[in-house]
Design a protein around this ligand. Structure first.
Ligand code: C2E
Ligand code: CA
Ligand code: CA
Length: 727
């Protein structure tokens, strides 16, 4: 607005200046016109008198005088007379002066009617101007008729007051000499416009001179010590005279200044109004942004901090100190049930209660906020990890006292994912939130766990598992699961009497993946059923090939996870496959493996019975470890016990193991069950096993699991493996 006002006023000023200048130039034009017409009128009178003189042929002193006398009475001239070519003159009052040297006389003698500049009267010494016209006789100038007027006459014409008499006018010649001084206010000019007092600057002087040369009217602006003026001028068509008008600027612009002032005041007023309005708007905005802040920073359900506030504040806190911080995400176990059973309002009460308790348990420089639903974020300081564990336990204890109402007590519990903020971890809350959340979600699959510390290894394992799960079906269809065989050796004659089929995943990118990396996962997701059948069938195919090629045959044992024993038809299915390849069932041993808990014992026993009925030898794998128990043996008739390889782990107490193995083997002998020892790695193991009467050994001491082709080579080298039926 200020810029606008500046240009606005500047524009007004210049347009006012140009209209003032037009007005003042017009005023000088009018004044100069007045003088001009006076001169014209006077010269006209003289011309007609001259014509009269010529007509009546009165061109001598005596004849002409009566005319002059009567004419002088009728007109306002000071004096009239006739000048003869020699310069001698006669006036009506009879004065004789020689006027030969006067310019007006010379001009008129040459036939030009004219008016003189201001000269001094030769008779009375006063300032006068003289009109002169030629008198003709037969078209020849024979004398000059003249009339004088006091300079005052013109003076009076100019004195017509402008601007209450404060403006005044002059007539000057082109060279600046004053011809008619003003009636009032002559303080500027005395004799010459260009030399007097130097009130014109060089620039203005030359401007005026140029205008005079071009006989042009104009206006200039004079800035004198005491006051400012406009000087306007316009040419008079007689001689080289100019009319000058001087007008004090203050007079011309008096009203304009008033308007301008009003405009300035109005502008200032508008500006002030705008300021007030602006202040009001920013005040409103301020108030509004405060409520906005409340909306953004205060949780509408709990009244505590919001996740947005948390992130903002936590960033400040963490970057300000060397303090260790843990970022914790937790949610309420079974919160959905609380909501469903007791209603949203009660659910909200639980959230409020939690937020309150949380806030109370925080220390200076710690934070807590609700993220979404029943998800809370906490920022805790700690020295040792144990500090976090203790504080979480304390918090869980505090919230466990919650009672919605005495009749329906609910025990609140929370699951926490803990992420230790390290110096390297950038303060990216999305990443931290993800990681803590990741740990928290793992808890849901576990029992009696209420917190988990996140670490990258854990995450990688899960990521790995996810990849495996994604790819397992494709791997099966693309035959990426290969069968390796590990030979079993008779401890009586050291010959190969069997082999165990062990799966290997030959992954195109990851290489050979050992079964322990995927079997437990497949047992959890059920894929093991497919895989075990696939391996079973592969073994059947191989046996068929051996039989067809006349290769030496040995019993091959196949691992069947206990998960498969949920399927009541397992025995039928396996038998069907074996029949498909027409394998004598005695050559396929079923190893019942177990890595997960198995509850349905009844079913298991039934299936074992069926399997043996079909003729499959059945063995209990990893006997003496994990969940397989001695107790089972009393109900379960099996053909083979495979002693867990842990007994021969070099790190275990061998003497103690020996005692256990000894009694297991003697018990097996009593029950007519064959014994196989797994994980046999040393000659000492072999000697010991032989000594106590174990039947078969399997382990690195003899051979590692190997590809089928290798096994075929090995067994043919042994010059015809021995056919051993376990039946
Ligand atoms: P498992 O049934 O107890 O198989 C014997 C494991 O002991 C094999 O591990 C074998 O390589 C290893 N082993 C053999 N001799 C020695 C030794 O002298 N020292 C040591 N330290 N280890 C020895 P692998 O092949 O890694 O298989 C691991 C487990 O995966 C198996 O234990 C079995 O429970 C499971 N598994 C393997 N293949 C299958 C399958 O086709 N189906 C099912 N359900 N489980 C399978
Ligand atoms: Ca096994
Ligand atoms: Ca085993």
């Amino acid at each position: 607005m200020s810029v606008f006002s500046y240009f606005y006023f500047k524009n007004i000023r210049s347009s006012v200046y140009s209209s003032v200048s037009l007005y003042l130039i017009e005023m000088s034009n009018q004044s100069s016109g007045m003088i001009q017409s006076r001169i014209e009128k006077d010269l006209g009178i003289l011309k007609s008198i001259s014509a009269l003189i010529t007509a009546e042929n009165r061109i001598n002193t005596n004849k002409v005088r009566p005319i002059l006398q009567s004419e002088l009475k009728r007109n306002s001239f000071k004096r009239m007379g006739v000048i003869f070519p020699d310069g001698s003159s006669i006036t009506k009052d009879g004065k004789f002066v020689n006027l030969k040297d006067r310019k007006f006389f010379q001009k008129a003698l040459q036939g030009n009617a004219n008016i003189s500049d201001t000269i001094t009267d030769k008779i009375d010494g006063k300032k006068i101007n003289v009109y002169a016209v030629p008198i003709y006789k037969n078209t020849k100038v024979v004398a000059v008729l003249f009339a004088t007027v006091n300079n005052d006459v013109f003076n009076k014409l100019l004195s017509i007051s402008t601007f209450d008499g404060a403006g005044f006018s002059y007539v000057v010649k082109a060279n600046g000499d004053v011809v008619i001084p003003p009636k009032h206010g002559g303080q500027f000019l005395h004799k010459n416009l260009f030399t007097d007092k130097h009130f014109l600057t060089e620039k203005i002087s030359s401007q005026i001179k140029t205008d005079f040369n071009n006989r042009k009217g104009n206006m200039v602006y004079l800035d004198l010590d005491d006051q400012e003026y406009y000087l306007s001028y316009s040419p008079i068509s007689y001689n080289d005279w100019y009319l000058l008008s001087v007008t004090p600027k203050s007079l011309v612009t008096k009203n304009f200044d008033k308007i301008l002032k009003m405009a300035v005041y109005t502008t200032i007023l508008i500006l002030l109004l705008f300021l007030v309005l602006f202040a009001y708007i920013s005040w409103i905005q301020n108030r509004y942004s405060k409520t906005l802040e409340e909306i953004v920073f205060v949780d509408e359900v709990t009244g505590g901090d919001t996740w947005i506030y948390f992130k903002k504040k936590a960033t400040e806190l963490i970057s300000d100190t060397d303090q260790n911080y843990a970022f914790i995400i937790f949610d309420i176990d079974k919160f959905k049930i609380i909501n469903d059973i007791f209603g949203w309002e009660q659910g909200d009460n639980v959230l409020k209660f939690l937020a309150r308790k949380l806030k109370k348990s925080l220390k200076e420089g710690e934070l807590a906020a609700r993220v979404t639903n029943d998800n809370f974020a906490v920022l805790l300081k700690y020295e040792k990890e144990q500090d976090i564990v203790k504080r979480l336990a304390k918090f869980r204890k505090k919230i466990s006292t919650y009672s919605m109402n005495p009749q329906t007590p609910i025990k609140l519990n929370v699951s926490c994912g803990v992420y230790r903020i390290s110096e390297e971890s950038a303060l990216d809350f999305d990443v931290m939130h993800n990681k803590a959340n990741f740990a928290k979600n793992l808890i849901k699959e576990m029992q009696n766990v209420s917190y988990i510390f996140y670490d990258d290894e854990m995450r990688n394992k899960i990521v790995w598992q996810n990849e495996i799960e994604r790819e397992m079906n494709k791997a099966l269809s693309k035959n990426q699961f290969n069968v390796y065989l590990q030979p079993k050796y008779s401890l009586h004659n050291s010959k190969i009497v069997g082999a165990e089929a062990l799966v290997r995943w030959v992954h195109p990118d990851k290489g050979l993946i050992p079964p322990n990396d995927f079997i437990p996962l497949f047992e959890k997701n059920g894929f093991i059923s497919k895989l075990d059948l696939y391996i079973f069938e592969t073994v059947c195919k191989k046996l068929r090939e051996w039989i067809d090629n006349g290769n030496p045959l040995v019993t091959v044992s196949v691992n069947i996870s206990r998960v498969n024993f949920h399927n009541e038809n397992l025995a039928d299915i396996l038998y069907k496959i074996a029949s498909k390849y027409q394998i004598p069932v005695g050559f396929i041993e079923i190893e019942i493996t177990e890595t997960a808990v198995f509850e349905n014992i009844e079913n298991l026993l039934d299936i074992i019975k069926d399997l043996r009925m079909y003729g499959f030898p059945v063995s209990i794998d990893d006997f003496g470890s994990g969940y397989s128990s001695l107790n089972l043996l009393k109900d379960m008739e099996v053909d083979v016990l495979k002693l867990d390889r842990e007994f021969f782990n070099l790190n275990t107490d061998f003497e103690r193991s020996q005692k256990v193995v000894l009694s297991v083997i003697s018990m097996a002998k009593d029950l007519h069950i064959k014994t196989v020892s797994e994980g046999v790695e040393t000659i000492e193991h072999v000697d010991f096993l032989k000594q106590i009467g174990c039947d078969i050994a399997q382990g690195y001491y003899f051979a590692k699991p190997m590809p089928l082709a290798d096994f075929e080579k090995l067994i043919s080298l042994e010059s015809g493996g021995i056919y051993t039926s376990v039946n």
